[in-house]
Design a protein around this ligand. Structure first.
Ligand SMILES: [Fe+2]
Ligand SMILES: [Fe+2]
Length: 180
């Protein structure tokens, strides 16, 4: 079972796993998709009006997902690890200042729901029957990549929703209580 594997891992191991398995590939995914979407926009938007919407959705999605990943990489993940170390090893911490409400579980989980709807809308557009997508290799390629990334993002979100955010919130609460 997939879950069983994660149950046995430490928080640090799960965070490293998420970073390597999901965060790095997502950054590469966007690096590859941005020129592809630009190419589709340039070459086919005169013919298919829905491409404007595709480009707009993609641009928003890219911006929002990168914002979320950066927050995880720079704030949420380091905080979870720091809180855990402080509580487990009794390390010093600079009072409340360092335990400010960094991890907002509801906001992070809502972002995940939002990303699923971006995937859904973009794939739906790429499947649109009033466009001759299937004859155009670029469209098919982009669609396949989005479908694969959509599936991966479901696991990615499940791991963070189950093992990382709740743990971070719990540790954050414990530390805040210690200082109150
Ligand atoms: Fe993530
Ligand atoms: Fe996330």
């Amino acid at each position: 079972m997939v879950e069983e594997k994660f149950e046995k891992m430490s928080t640090e191991e799960i965070i490293n796993y998420i970073t390597v398995t999901f965060h790095e590939p997502i950054k590469k995914f966007f690096e590859e998709m941005t020129p592809k979407i630009d190419k589709i926009d340039k070459e086919y938007s005169w013919k298919y009006s829905k491409i404007d919407l595709l480009k707009e959705l993609y641009t928003q999605f890219h911006r929002e997902l990168m914002k979320h990943l950066t927050k995880e990489d720079l704030e949420v993940f380091p905080s979870v690890l720091k809180y855990e170390k402080v509580l487990e090893d009794g390390l010093e911490i600079q009072k409340n200042k360092e335990v400010e409400k960094i991890i907002n579980q509801i906001k992070m989980q809502n972002d995940h729901v939002e990303f699923q709807s971006y995937f859904y809308s973009i794939i739906d557009l790429l499947n649109s029957t009033d466009m001759n997508w299937k004859w155009i290799e670029d469209f098919e390629y982009v669609k396949d990549k989005f479908i694969t990334m959509w599936e991966e993002t479901k696991v990615h979100s499940m791991l963070e929703n189950t093992y990382i955010y709740p743990k971070g919130v719990l540790l954050q609460k414990k530390l805040q209580e210690m200082f109150s």
